[in-house]
Ligand binder design. Structure first.
Ligand code: GLN
Ligand code: ZN
Length: 765
């Protein structure tokens, strides 16, 4: 039995890589200094795994920005527009690489970045490879070989981790018509052969190919390419041990394909899909070993050794221990680095957690326990683990009988508004008296450096609560006055009191806790620190009423109350694994429902419940979509349905495709939905038009992700496009998303032009 790790976090346990990259980009350090930081992180990671006793330690899991972009550079999939960057003198390979990741605006060049998208159902984002018809590939970078050599110097014969050929192609995008990216397998294969043969000559014995698509819905052609590629690779490298990894889903209908590949080890994600073990054991061919992904790489909970051992036992009974490897479910990239840094977490909760470093140790301990060790320390670990697991099951920190009773008592009525939309619309029109094409914004206004300093000072105790409150009030009031002055119809308070749209609510809800250093890479140098939902969720007191009420008291116009929806709070947190996600989501929904009702009582007549993450919660396999959408939509409706007909509920969603989920979006039955739309030139609106979406819609008329100020004419143009497909009486006018990342200067100009565009459009009626 052997242990291995699919990949280790590379940001550094104190985010050293983030800091070094950002310093390099701003010219504060030189290339050699950045490389030194990178090498140090690699050797720390290797040593940590070596000392823990891991048998197969990965290399090439490190990356300065993204592992998919690394692969694009290695195989020479470098779009032509970047070729000039490489030609500029003083530019290194890494400068070309960063240009692809972030765009390049100097030396008289102005090149946009490559597209970025979410890595399966994680919050990690990768750089999408660009493919062209008949594209040729060429080994272009020594990154993999350098890392392998680095590990060797550290005394480790590492296991290089490479994105499998088929998954690499499937991750990319065809940038012209008339071909299928899978056709490129023939051109790409020789480069893979070259990479592997170089690694072999360097002394590599194991190669890990990440093939997550083997656990997803794939077509027949992809299956054929899988068979062809691995037959060819194995034919050329009979002596190497190939590990093919799958994760985030189960093999399911691809089981026969996966077990037929001529590789040595197949890795299964037994956290996401434990049932597949039984099926695989039934049909596994003799040449194949299994890697059991039993330590959760996607969440922060301690492993339940007893449960894991039962899996290991089942597998060894069939295969014998020499055909078994033990591993985390997926790369530890998605876990925070080290729990030891969390010095102020509640000790009871901390005892339930494991971050990447702790998970490495869990893998090793599981192997020793499975080998029926008599080592006292290990047996002691087992006892402690059993105790932690059972403590968590019964802890009063987690379980709140009232919350459970309330959630169980929810009926269909709780997710239904009193009357249907057309009745509500009339009531709302009477109460709110809004003009045609009402203007509004999505919630946040610029969070200037100044606003952020106040919060930092307040947290450090350098500002008293009264001082902080007074500053925020002043800023809120100024924002209200300014919106009035330019003629916006529905105002917002600006969200100055909020650090982040999930954290702000999590901090006020029971059942959540926060880490100091639990960073996880989101993309490039950007990291996020998700809250941890450890217990039953409840709301001890109102969370936003104070600020909404204050803002409303400053004006005679309507101020929109601003909340984050239950699905988004769930989606952007580490979630408990001892009950279904749907149950946790329902509890959050009930807490938000109370908040909505309290806002209504406080005189707030328009309330927005943001759900930007509803689409990203979609399961990876299409057959699971409807089940998810059912409870997700239900949770939103529970949060939104406790109010009178005259109270107007808005929701907001960021850049997403709506075509295949439009019915579910309509089921949410928000009175108004604002969506990000401008970059698609209103194309995203067509899904609503084709569906004859009955409620009101605010398609974003300008892109807030760029400092560029759009002209009135452009926005009128977009509004016209919107009216081509949606009746004017249903339309709102607003930006794409919140303005917190923008500066005031461009915000002022853009919103003045937006209001003018709306006025001009309504004159035509
Ligand atoms: N109300 C939030 C804001 O304006 C919405 C953010 C989002 O959609 N991501 O910032
Ligand atoms: Zn948004």
């Amino acid at each position: 039995m052997q242990t291995h790790i699919l990949g280790y976090p590379r940001i550094g346990s104190k985010r050293e890589l983030k800091k070094a990259c950002e310093q390099y980009w701003s010219g504060k350090i030189v290339l050699e200094e950045l490389l030194t930081v990178g090498r140090a992180i690699c050797s720390q990671n290797w040593n940590l795994q070596k000392e823990a006793g891991i048998d197969l330690i990965p290399c090439n899991d490190f990356s300065y920005y993204d592992q998919v972009l690394d692969m694009s550079l290695v195989v020479g999939a470098i779009p032509t527009r970047y070729h000039e960057v490489a030609l500029k003198k003083n530019n290194s390979e890494l400068d070309l690489y960063f240009a692809m990741a972030r765009g390049y605006q100097k030396d008289e060049l102005d090149i946009t970045a490559m597209e970025m998208t979410k890595w399966f159902d994680t919050n990690y984002h990768y750089i999408v490879p660009e493919f062209y018809k008949n594209q040729q590939f060429k080994l272009t970078s020594d990154k993999i070989f350098n890392e392998f050599a680095g590990a060797k110097q550290a005394g480790i014969n590492a296991k290089p981790v490479i994105i499998g050929l088929v998954s690499y192609l499937l991750l990319g995008k065809e940038k012209e018509e008339g071909f299928d990216k899978l056709d490129l397998a023939h051109n790409l294969l020789p480069v893979y052969v070259e990479i592997i043969s170089k690694l072999q000559s360097q002394g590599a014995q194991w190669i890990q190919f990440d093939e997550p698509f083997l656990a997803l819905d794939i077509n027949e052609k992809a299956k054929e390419v899988y068979t062809f590629v691995y037959a060819e690779l194995k034919r050329q490298f009979p002596k190497l041990t190939f590990i093919v990894t799958t994760y985030f889903e189960g093999l399911k209908n691809n089981l026969a394909l996966a077990t037929s590949l001529p590789v040595n080890v197949l890795h299964l994600d037994l956290v996401r899909n434990p049932e597949q073990l039984e099926d695989v054991l039934h049909s596994i061919p003799e040449h194949l070993s299994l890697s059991l992904g039993i330590v959760d790489g996607r969440n922060i909970w301690k492993n339940d050794y007893k449960k894991s051992l039962s899996f290991i036992k089942k597998a060894t009974e069939t295969l014998g221990s020499e055909r078994i490897l033990i591993a985390p479910s997926c790369s530890l990239l998605h876990s925070p680095c080290d729990l030891d840094f969390e010095t102020s977490l509640n000790a009871e909760i901390k005892n339930w957690l494991a971050f990447a470093k702790q998970k490495v140790k869990e893998v090793v301990t599981l192997k020793e326990l499975a080998s029926e060790t008599s080592d006292e320390n290990i047996l002691q670990d087992f006892e402690e683990n059993k105790k932690a697991v059972s403590d968590r099951k019964t802890s009063s920190l987690i379980h709140n009988e009232n919350v459970k009773l309330r959630a169980n008592a929810v009926t269909g009525k709780d997710s239904q508004r009193k009357n249907s939309f057309h009745i509500r619309k009339e009531e709302q029109q009477k109460a709110l008296q809004l003009p045609l094409f009402p203007t509004t914004t999505i919630g946040s206004f610029p969070q200037t450096a100044e606003v952020r300093t106040w919060r930092a000072k307040f947290k450090k105790g350098e500002l008293t609560a009264e001082q902080y409150d007074a500053l925020l009030k002043e800023e809120t009031q100024r924002t209200i006055r300014w919106q009035e002055s330019i003629g916006i119809d529905v105002l917002v308070h600006g969200e100055y009191e909020r650090n982040d749209m999930v954290e702000y609510f999590g901090e006020q809800l029971n059942g959540f806790t926060f880490t100091k250093n639990g960073w996880v890479q989101s993309y490039g140098s950007r990291c996020v620190k998700p809250p941890i939902i450890f217990g039953d969720v409840s709301r001890p007191e109102p969370m936003t009423v104070y600020w909404s009420q204050y803002a409303q008291s400053q004006t005679n116009q309507w101020v929109k109350g601003m909340l984050t929806g239950p699905v988004t709070i769930l989606q952007w947190s580490f979630v408990r694994d001892d009950q279904p996600r749907s149950e946790t989501c329902k509890q959050i929904a009930l807490a938000i429902r109370d908040e909505v009702q309290d806002l209504e009582k406080a005189g707030i007549r328009i309330i927005q419940i943001d759900e930007p993450a509803i689409r990203e919660g979609l399961p990876l396999r299409k057959t699971d979509w409807q089940n998810y959408l059912k409870w997700a939509v239900e949770a939103f409706k529970i949060s939104a349905s406790g109010v009178e007909d005259a109270t107007q509920i808005h929701t907001h969603m960021c850049y997403s495709e709506f075509n295949d989920i439009i019915k579910n979006i309509a089921d949410m039955d928000a009175d108004v939905i604002t969506i990000e739309c401008s970059r698609s030139q209103m194309e995203l609106l067509h899904a609503f038009a084709d569906f004859k979406y009955p409620n009101e819609i605010g398609p974003g008329v300008y892109d807030i992700h760029s400092p560029r100020v759009p002209s009135k004419e452009e926005m009128i143009e977009l509004l016209k496009k919107a009216q081509d497909v949606i009746p004017a009486s249903q339309l709102w006018v607003n930006p794409d998303c919140g303005l917190k990342t923008r500066h005031w200067e461009e915000t002022e100009k853009a919103l003045i032009a937006m209001v003018a565009a709306a006025k001009e459009a309504s004159v035509e009626y």
